[in-house]
Design a protein. Sequence first.
Length: 126
Amino acid sequence: MSNSYVIVATGGKQFRVRTSQVINVELLQVEKGQDIELSPVLMIADGEEVIIGTPEIKDAKVIATCIEKGKARKIIVFRYKSKVRERRKTGHRQPYTRLLIKEIVKPGGQVIKKTAIARAASGGDS
């Protein structure tokens, strides 16, 4: 069983992802069902081989498919100042894009195979 994963940056955050994993990222300008290429790739761990970027790995990419766009749960923002009767209640729902990681491409065009965990989650050998 190999422990293959990559660390990719998108939306100002870094994500550790594997093939067949579903992640929520900041809202991206991509339609539902459309493929998107995530870069920069900061690190690739493919079993015993580890490639660390300086700061990113050239020609490496993560290909994902947009599953849906949505909004997270509402958070309540309540501002209050005592003794002056000042209260302000607002809410916020952060938009996100849900992505399914299809494949990870290492430099040179080599595609990282699905992990055993990813094969079990996707429902078999494919």
